[in-house]
Design a protein around this ligand. Structure first.
Ligand SMILES: Cc1cc2nc3c(=O)[nH]c(=O)nc-3n(C[C@H](O)[C@H](O)[C@H](O)COP(=O)(O)OP(=O)(O)OC[C@H]3O[C@@H](n4cnc5c(N)ncnc54)[C@H](O)[C@@H]3O)c2cc1C
Ligand SMILES: NC(=O)c1ccc[n+]([C@@H]2O[C@H](COP(=O)([O-])OP(=O)(O)OC[C@H]3O[C@@H](n4cnc5c(N)ncnc54)[C@H](OP(=O)(O)O)[C@@H]3O)[C@@H](O)[C@H]2O)c1
Length: 450
């Protein structure tokens, strides 16, 4: 088959799905073919974890958002939001309507931390907290912030985001996109001490240099380190430049005098979580101290307890399963070989759901490139089945699915920016949080025309 009149559905409008759509349009155009691409998204708005994961005080990724916006604005990809694939339309129904379906459903939930007491009141998943402070429509609007001493488990960038947002003075978040209900919640927070625990050593952190350095610049927060954690840790022996920089950053904080700041951020290493303590509620946490043995980190058999009133586990995300698609529950991914889903011709995967919840936005581009290359190869080889059914929109209309469109997103985007301009703290945007309200604003134009 040639690459003429190819029809492809992409599920998930996070960066992986958008890059895949754009790369596919480029590849087919270059080959002199034609393709129509539908991008189906369960939320009313595009951008996945960029909108509902990236911290509100991190506007650095604006350039990436602008370029993703241009890709969707080019008219080469049709955005259809507020449609949950697996519920509103099945994978099978998509396969009847497209030559190929690419799954780019990413991750929105926390990986489990299987230790006693983890389900006690006051123990939270970082992903849930992130979804709250980023105004995700499907999570509660309030968050309990009555704990003075809080633990964050994990040494990745999500742990840093959570620790920073918990420790930061709320007035320093006022000019960000943080929703008003979140700002109010943070203003009432009782927190004085945020303890971040890594199960391995300072040279095993999964932070990135800019994110770590930023922690030392947070106003109103003293950083506290334990010198004993750094015995035998030599920045000069670090395996790469990034680690060298981060170890130097950590070293520069050692021995810093406490300034009497209202909040403290403690970074503990060599602490493996063992148990959450307390009757009904979190009252503390027990850790097993660890050390290096050969090339492994092992438990020492010595335990230490910390009094705490809340615990946030930031031990990684877990991929979003799609009803009707194969799923490897142990790894939280769709089983695939370089993007071709195992055993299902015409079905592909890309982004975090393809390779697990690790990596920056930019990595989803190279990922999409590999998946798209295989899809184009398969199309050119004639191994994709031609669609037999109508446009998916007819099916959505038949089912009264209130889908949103790119025009709808432009309307919601403009609305949020206007709210920002007139906000008492003058923000770039104020996010509309409730799903129904997002849908109503997005669809107002379509309804007026019908
Ligand atoms: C808290 C946090 C902060 C981060 N901050 C940064 C940062 O500052 N800089 C950086 O470079 N990277 C950052 N990252 C990493 C970055 O967010 C990821 O690399 C990237 O978002 C992964 O892209 P994705 O498209 O695979 O998944 P996602 O961004 O998760 O997008 C998946 C999309 O699929 C949709 N979807 C899921 N299931 C369905 C379904 N059944 N039907 C329809 N749609 C569905 C979801 O709603 C979502 O919109 C951060 C990650 C997290 C968790
Ligand atoms: N600003 C940004 O650029 C930004 C912000 C947020 C996220 N991100 C990116 O998004 C991706 C996901 O981040 P993430 O923080 O969720 O994942 P991550 O980078 O994989 O970090 C997970 C952390 O959890 C620890 N962990 C896992 N299981 C554990 C257990 N049972 N007990 C104790 N600790 C455990 C890991 O320790 P081990 O190393 O010992 O396994 C690691 O320190 C990363 O690539 C990250 O860089 C980027």
């Amino acid at each position: 088959m040639s690459l003429d009149n190819l029809r492809v559905a992409i599920v998930g409008a996070g960066p992986a799905g958008i890059y895949a759509g754009n790369l596919l349009a480029n590849a087919v155009e270059e080959a002199g073919g034609s393709v129509s691409i539908d991008l189906l998204e369960s939320l009313p708005a595009p951008y996945g974890l960029i909108r509902y994961g990236v911290a509100p005080d991190h506007p650095r990724i604006k350039g990436i958002v602008n370029s993703l916006h241009e890709m969707l604005d080019s008219g080469r990809i049709r955005f259809l939001g507020n449609i949950e694939v697996g519920r509103d339309v099945s994978i099978e129904e998509l396969q009847e309507r497209y030559h190929a379906v690419i799954l780019a459903t990413g991750a929105i939930r926390d990986a489990a931390l299987d230790i006693p007491g983890i389900d006690k009141a006051g123990s939270y998943g970082a992903a849930d907290f992130v979804a709250w402070f980023d105004g995700h429509p499907d999570v509660p609007r309030t968050w309990p912030l009555d704990a003075q001493q809080v633990a964050v488990i994990g040494n990745g960038n999500v742990a840093l985001d959570v620790a920073r947002v918990l420790a930061k003075l709320p007035e320093d978040l006022r000019s960000t996109e943080v929703p008003d209900n979140v700002l109010e919640g943070l203003e009432g927070s009782a927190v004085t001490d945020v303890h971040v625990f890594g199960r391995r050593g300072p040279a095993d952190i999964k932070f990135t240099p800019i994110e770590l350095r930023e922690l030392g610049e947070v106003r109103g927060v003293d950083i506290v380190l334990d010198d004993a954690d750094f015995e035998g840790v030599d920045p000069a022996a670090a395996p790469n430049n990034q680690m060298k920089i981060m170890l130097r950053t950590l070293n520069s904080w050692r021995g810093r005098e406490l300034t009497g700041a209202p909040r403290r951020l403690h970074l503990h290493f060599w602490h493996a979580p063992a148990e959450v303590l307390g009757d009904e509620r979190v009252e503390g946490m027990r850790f097993e101290r660890t050390r290096v043995e050969g090339d492994r980190v092992v438990g020492t058999g010595a335990f230490v307890d910390y009094p705490l009133q809340a615990v946030y586990r930031a031990v990684g995300y877990y991929g979003t399963r799609v009803e009707g698609a194969p799923f490897d529950a142990a790894r939280g991914v769709i089983p695939n070989v370089e993007g071709r889903v195992d055993g299902v011709p015409g079905l592909y995967a890309t982004g975090w759901i393809k390779r697990g919840p690790v990596g920056l936005i930019g990595h989803t581009k190279s990922d999409a490139m590999e998946t798209v290359e295989h899809l184009v190869e398969d199309a050119a080889a004639g191994s994709l089945t031609a669609p037999a059914a109508d446009d998916v929109v007819a099916l959505l209309d038949e089912r009264d699915v209130e889908y949103t469109t790119w025009q709808g997103w432009l309307a919601l985007d403009a609305h949020e920016r206007t709210l920002g301009e007139t906000h008492r703290h003058q923000r770039e945007r104020v996010k509309v949080v409730p799903r129904e309200e997002q849908v109503e604003i997005s669809r107002a134009d379509a309804l007026a025309r019908s």
